[in-house]
Design a protein around this ligand. Structure first.
Ligand SMILES: Cc1cc2nc3c(=O)[nH]c(=O)nc-3n(C[C@H](O)[C@H](O)[C@H](O)COP(=O)(O)OP(=O)(O)OC[C@H]3O[C@@H](n4cnc5c(N)ncnc54)[C@H](O)[C@@H]3O)c2cc1C
Ligand SMILES: NC(=O)C1=CN([C@@H]2O[C@H](COP(=O)(O)OP(=O)(O)OC[C@H]3O[C@@H](n4cnc5c(N)ncnc54)[C@H](OP(=O)(O)O)[C@@H]3O)[C@@H](O)[C@H]2O)C=CC1
Ligand SMILES: Nc1ccccc1C(=O)C[C@H](N)C(=O)O
Length: 446
């Protein structure tokens, strides 16, 4: 007998999960409140470039999609830090040459995932349809057609909430239950801008890296694109002086960029136009439980763990959810309730840790990456890894380039730091004892 799945949201997690579920034999329908990402002009001004790393790559490979995605992406070997005096410094992303991230346009990736689910697995997508109610016990959903306002009830065996950080499925899954929901917003927002390719079609800055302009007043990153352009994300406080609220004239915007990202102004010929055309985005963290109801409703991706984007792990962890959910459904094919419980057990402790790591990387990128002490610690990490590759792996490497669960990676990094501190203390004690002994041996001393 065919089982039916309904997915809310054809974003990154929803469209990947759709393919996985169809492969497991479900008949899958996906309802997405926005238009088709394959349509011309979709996602303008909100393209959100994504850095794809090991976890996301593993999930895409398992779906047979990795090569297609990599063909549309640009490898980033490290970050280029731009200093206020116009100088730059390159910081590699890994301890080995193959440890790189891949920059891909959200719109391109989303279109590819939807296309694959539709053409390879027969998934049906309904764009312009917002899910506005679920009956979690049936389970069934009500969807509203944005064009006509008509509401339709759709019954299923499994409802998947892949509807992002402000998930309607999460709200209704948890309604009236002893559910935990912790949501916070960063007091900084973001705006998307562009560094186009030069007139000769060549990139204006090196393309094999993520560019970062750190700073406590404002920060900017730029992801490379296959056409030689870079998509910039400018982060700044919502309020105060200076802030997104005070950037209300072309002169204010130019002055702000000149002051905080001096070498970037000349790279962005459409700066003012884009600044006023594009919306301000907000950044939120969500930690919540439960993620499921019986064997009937389950959440994936930002719907159950939205994180700040600074570690570049939101999508990667959302893809990892899809893979683990698929594994759990495979392990308990006749017991969906157990499969969903196992999925939550395997994921939630780790994505909670990811939320903390993502806050930490905001502070690191904003305040630390341009300091000499940061470069010295990174160099020491690389050296220790070369000397003892099995015993010493930097935290960033574990998070970005392995699939070690996030909480395990953090615990291991803490152990390594403790060993380093003990070794440093022992070395200092050894040196002190040595100097004392040398003093005692000096002629004339008794
Ligand atoms: C500036 C920025 C940079 C980022 N950079 C990275 C990065 O480098 N690497 C990385 O791994 N992650 C990154 N992320 C995070 C990444 O974008 C998210 O984690 C990812 O999109 C989550 O996928 P999702 O499918 O859960 O949610 P989404 O991709 O947001 O998809 C949710 C979908 O549900 C739809 N929807 C919402 N409500 C309803 C409803 N009621 N009915 C029907 N449909 C609905 C939405 O329209 C949307 O299409 C970044 C995020 C931001 C903001
Ligand atoms: N973790 C993070 O910090 C971020 C994650 N993302 C991810 O990308 C997805 C899509 O991004 P994007 O389209 O740019 O998101 P938007 O900012 O456009 O928000 C999408 C929709 O979510 C609802 N929404 C927005 N803000 C709030 C709020 N404060 N409280 C309740 N509902 C709100 C609105 O729905 P309606 O119109 O129905 O009111 C809005 O149209 C998000 O769903 C999220 O998963 C995006 C940005 C930041
Ligand atoms: N995707 C992002 C979006 C915005 C800000 C940073 C990122 C990063 O990925 C930064 C990367 N993890 C770094 O540490 O250099």
């Amino acid at each position: 007998m065919t089982r039916h799945a309904v997915i809310a949201g054809a974003g990154l997690a929803g469209s990947l999960a759709a393919g996985y579920l169809a492969r497991r034999g479900y008949s899958v329908r996906v309802f997405e409140r926005r238009g088709d990402p394959r349509a011309a002009g979709a996602g303008e001004g909100r393209s959100i470039n994504l850095g794809l790393s090991a976890r996301g790559m593993r999930a895409l490979a398992a779906a047979g999609l990795l090569d297609d995605v990599l063909a549309r992406s640009v490898p980033m070997r490290g970050r280029v830090v731009h200093h206020p005096d116009g100088t730059t410094a390159f910081q590699p992303y890994g301890v080995a040459a193959h440890q790189i991230l891949y920059s891909v346009l959200r719109r391109d990736l989303n279109a590819l995932l939807v296309d694959a689910a539709e053409t390879r697995h027969g998934v049906t997508f309904h764009f312009g349809h917002r899910l506005d109610r679920i009956d979690r016990d049936a389970p069934a959903v009500r969807v509203v057609d944005a064009a006509t306002g008509a509401a339709t009830e759709v019954a299923a065996d499994l409802v998947v909430g892949a509807d992002g950080a402000f998930s309607a499925v999460r709200e209704q899954l948890q309604h009236g239950r002893r559910a935990d929901l912790h949501r916070e917003f960063l007091d900084w927002g973001y705006k998307e801008l562009t560094i186009p390719a030069g007139a000769d079609g060549r990139p204006r800055v090196r393309l094999d890296a993520l560019h970062v302009w750190p700073g406590q007043a404002a920060m900017m990153v730029a992801h490379p694109n296959v056409d030689g352009s870079l998509t910039c994300t400018l982060f700044a406080p919502f309020e105060g002086e200076p802030s997104l609220a005070t950037l209300d004239t072309p002169a204010a915007v130019r002055g702000f960029v000149r002051r905080y990202f001096p070498d970037a102004e000349a790279l962005m010929p459409r700066l003012v136009e884009e600044f006023f055309d594009h919306p301000v985005g907000q950044l939120t963290t969500v930690r919540t439980a439960p993620w499921r109801h019986a064997g009937k409703v389950v959440l994936v991706g930002d719907a159950c763990h939205a994180v700040y984007p600074f570690y570049g792990q939101g999508m990667n962890s959302a893809f990892e959810d899809c893979l683990v959910l698929d594994e759990c459904l495979g392990a308990y094919p006749y017991d969906a309730s157990r499969a969903l419980a196992e999925y939550e057990r395997r994921r939630r402790p780790h994505t909670d840790v990811l939320a903390d790591l993502s806050v930490r990387n905001f502070v690191e990128l904003r305040d630390r990456v341009h300091r000499p002490a940061y470069a010295a610690k990174a160099a020491a990490d690389r050296m220790l890894n070369r000397l003892a590759p099995r015993a010493w792996t930097p935290l960033y490497t574990m998070v970005a380039h392995t699939t070690v669960p996030y909480a395990d990676a953090l615990a291991r990094a803490r152990r390594q730091d403790r060993i380093l501190r003990c070794s440093a203390a022992l070395a200092a004690a050894g040196a002190a004892i040595g100097s004392y002994a040398a003093l005692r041996r000096r002629p004339g001393r008794r």
